[in-house]
Design a protein around this ligand. Structure first.
Ligand code: MF3
Ligand code: CO
Length: 284
């Protein structure tokens, strides 16, 4: 006989709160629960919110400037200049060796595309711009798709459905629901529209570090995965493919993630805080 090691504990002599009792209830039934360190304080949430405001400013600037004929290196410069002008740091820069301030992922590139002065945006391209900001030590993370000029109806649909997947995932994220509920809802919507969900990359806890627990998969079974508790901060960032869900990493740079069949991929991302009433977007 052995004791299981609890992730959620209440110090001896301290009266458990309503929240403590709910979390212990789920843990005793075999569910994965957060550790206390994943529950942000109101001060930390405020810090992440401030970081998110700058992050949104970056994306709004990119939205107003992006156009055919522009290089992805120009996007990188916009991101670097705006972020540093606001007293913040672009989180991707030098992160595990990433060489630029933002990820720019065009058409069949799923994510982690590296800005390059020789990469020029063309009419009909779809591009994900993934911006992450560190402000006073607090991390925020969000991405949007941009359609360059006019594109074909299938790519347009892919961009729209990927956005709907984020919105549907967000609605599935209720207090005391599970990470698997998010993935389940997203996968269902993607499949219903004839698209697939990337399985090799996921959303994540965020706030005090770039990537924290839990992994937020964009597929899965209801009632599985980590319990979602008020105070947790995490991203949802579904990558939706027109063809196969399979991807590979470009060996030229060891970063760029590309679809196996080189059909297009689309992604949208927000950072959220869980509250007693549901999630709130911190990167509006
Ligand atoms: N922004 C990505 C995410 O959503 C992470 C990029 S890591 C980088 O989690 F190094 F490529 F920037
Ligand atoms: Co992210």
């Amino acid at each position: 006989m052995k004791f299981f090691k609890r992730r959620w504990t209440v110090p001896r002599g301290v009266k458990p709160t309503e929240m403590d009792r709910k979390i212990m209830f789920y843990e005793e039934r075999g569910h994965e629960v957060p550790t206390r360190s994943l529950i942000k304080t109101p001060e930390q949430i405020e810090g992440i919110r401030q970081s998110g405001i700058i992050n949104t400013g970056v994306l709004d600037l990119v939205a107003s400037e992006i156009r055919a004929g522009m290089s992805t290196a120009e996007i990188d410069k916009l991101v670097y200049d705006y972020t540093t002008d606001h007293g913040a740091i672009p989180a991707p820069l030098n992160y595990e060796g990433f060489p630029k301030s933002v990820c720019t992922s065009i058409n069949e590139v799923v994510c982690h595309g590296i800005p390059d002065e020789d990469e020029i945006l063309e009419e009909g391209d779809i591009i994900n711009v993934d911006v992450s900001t560190i402000y006073k030590g607090y991390y925020s993370d969000a991405s949007r798709m941009f359609i360059i000029g006019k594109t074909d109806p299938m790519k347009e649909k892919l961009v729209r459905v990927a956005k709907e997947c984020l919105e549907i995932g967000m609605k599935a994220a209720k207090p005391y629901s599970f990470v698997g509920d998010i993935g389940h809802a997203i996968e269902r919507h993607a499949k219903k529209n004839g698209f697939s969900v990337v399985r090799d990359l996921c959303g994540h806890g965020v706030g005090l570090k770039f990537h924290e627990e839990p992994d937020v998969f964009h597929f899965g079974k209801q009632g599985t995965g980590m319990l979602l508790v008020p105070g947790m901060v995490f991203t949802i960032e579904p990558m939706i493919n027109m063809g196969t869900w399979k991807v590979f990493i470009d060996s030229d740079d060891d970063w760029t993630v590309v679809t196996d069949d080189e059909k297009p991929s689309a992604q949208w991302e927000h950072t959220f805080v869980m509250t007693e009433k549901g999630v709130q977007i911190l990167t509006h």
